[in-house]
Design a protein around this ligand. Structure first.
Ligand code: GLN
Length: 484
């Protein structure tokens, strides 16, 4: 039996009907992962024994069925802490780090009976958009192995798109769930900031970081969000507000929905083939009875400049803890304590991480703080206000997830700024804290295109409802193996 094309919902039904055991599903999944990994390189660690053992436990307790995630194999981006399982952030500095505890995601999913099959590749410390900044290896795009899967959750998106696993969790600081989902033709949801606990997520930029699901269907994204959202006393920013059943929003009925189309998301940088697909999807929304109007998010063009000050500033502070003493790898040769810090950090961090630390340290240093950091924070407020104004009159904002489809591997621009600019459509949602999803809608030159949908704070329901309606119209097959 081939399980590579099924959604969580379908697999869960098979388990409930006892057509399949969790052990069989897990064994088959692991076999498939090993086979596909020869091409894809999405996994940094495969937990074969742990997964089989967990599946066995699930089978023994299957009568106490509760969660649709029970018995379903999955994997986590390797910046989510897992007890006794190596957590590297794809960095040499954490290459030997085995956490003594489970983060909230690992703990919650385990509690629900989900089966962890492994840890997924990313750009080092989630800084990047191609998964090429991984210190371990680059991941390939399942649609074209010569192309990047996007990043930084490139391992998560590629593993789901290739049929290795039905879902994965990723993290999104400036687009790292939505952009790889778009490049790999799968669904990627960044929930509202603080909707999902960050306890045990290795911090990149704490005011922007958010965990979310990457799945093969919008319904699966809702199912996973049902389980991972909600209050966590271990995360001091977590909010104690109720979690609805997100699957209830998936009615397909969007008659009267007010949809905003921001003109700044259709600028010169947007590839014509991508634009064409996006406008087609907008046409589906109209056909289904939504009212679509053009709006302006006037500060969009300052988003990248402000993000690439704020995110590195927070990163420079968050990454100060990797000193060769408390975590991970320590330099072999050093003269004194300062030299130990310097040597460990010089050897342990890659080029992009060092660039961010330097940028951030500079932006926070006295004399430059007001000119850069403070100014960027003011821009952030303006971006938030742009969203608030539009959401006063509209239910969702839609546009492209990325200006182009997945580029060739190892052909990043020489100037990192050119790569940064490609985050133009994803960064604003993190700056404003609003939820955003990327849903696959078609192809441009044989590579998948994603439609991005933003909603009001804590209104993932309307985001999912809209994405579901589009998905039903488009009938995009999210498994590479069964591409139409
Ligand atoms: N590409 C962006 C960056 O490099 C976003 C990364 C992320 O969301 N983790 O910062």
């Amino acid at each position: 039996m081939e399980f590579q094309k099924q959604t969580i919902r379908q697999l869960s039904e098979m388990l409930q009907k006892k057509e399949l055991t969790a052990k069989e599903l897990t064994a088959e999944t692991l076999k498939n992962i090993k086979e596909k990994e020869k091409d894809i390189d999405a996994f940094l660690t495969i937990c074969e024994e742990e997964a089989l053992q967990e599946a066995k436990k699930v089978d023994q307790a299957f009568d106490t069925y509760a969660s649709p995630l029970k018995g379903i194999p999955m994997a986590l981006k390797d910046n989510m802490v897992t007890k006794d399982i190596r957590t590297t952030c794809a960095s040499k500095i954490l290459e030997n780090f085995i956490p003594p505890y489970d983060g909230t995601m690992a703990a919650r999913l385990k509690e629900r009976g989900a089966v962890l099959t492994g840890k997924l590749n990313l750009d080092e410390f989630a800084m990047g958009s191609r998964t090429e900044y991984s210190a371990m290896k680059p991941t390939k795009n399942p649609y074209d192995l010569t192309r990047t899967p996007g990043g930084s959750s490139g391992g998560s998106a590629a593993a789901v798109a290739s049929g290795e696993i039905p879902y994965a969790l990723g993290s999104d600081t400036g687009g790292s769930i939505r952009q790889p989902a778009s490049y790999c033709g799968v669904v990627g949801l960044k929930p509202t900031y603080v909707r999902v606990s960050r306890y045990g997520l290795v911090a990149f930029a704490s005011s922007l970081d958010q965990i979310g699901p990457i799945t093969r269907s919008v319904e699966d994204a809702a199912l996973v969000l049902n389980e991972i959202a909600g209050y966590d006393p271990m995360d001091s920013t977590s909010v104690n507000c109720s979690v609805p059943d997100y699957t209830k929003a998936l009615t397909g009925d969007i008659k009267g929905l007010k949809v905003a189309l921001p003109k700044e998301y259709f600028g010169e940088e947007l590839h014509p083939g991508v634009k064409e697909e996006i406008l087609k999807a907008v046409g589906y929304l109209e056909k289904l009875g939504a009212k679509v109007e053009e709006v302006s998010l006037p500060h969009t063009k300052y988003g990248i400049a402000a993000y690439y000050i704020i995110a590195p500033a927070e990163a420079s502070s968050n990454l100060a803890r990797y000193d060769g003493v408390r975590y991970g790898v320590r330099a072999k040769e050093y003269k004194d304590l300062i030299d130990l810090y310097e040597a460990s950090r010089s050897e342990g961090f890659g080029e992009e991480v060092k660039r961010r630390i330097m940028l951030g340290t500079f932006a926070l240093s006295s004399g430059y703080y007001d000119a850069y950091y403070l100014k960027a924070q003011k821009v952030r407020t303006l971006i938030k206000e742009d969203f608030a104004k539009v959401f006063a009159d509209y239910d969702v904002i839609v546009g492209p997830t990325a200006p182009a489809t997945a580029g060739k591997l190892f052909q990043a621009a020489k100037d990192p700024m050119e790569d940064y600019l490609l985050d133009v459509y994803t960064v604003p949602a993190n700056m404003a804290g609003v939820p955003g999803i990327s849903v696959p809608i078609g192809f441009s030159e044989n590579m998948p295109v994603g439609l991005q949908i933003f909603g009001r704070h804590f209104d993932e329901e309307t985001v999912l409802k809209t994405a579901f309606a589009v998905e039903q119209e488009v009938c995009f097959d999210t498994t590479k193996g069964a591409r139409r």
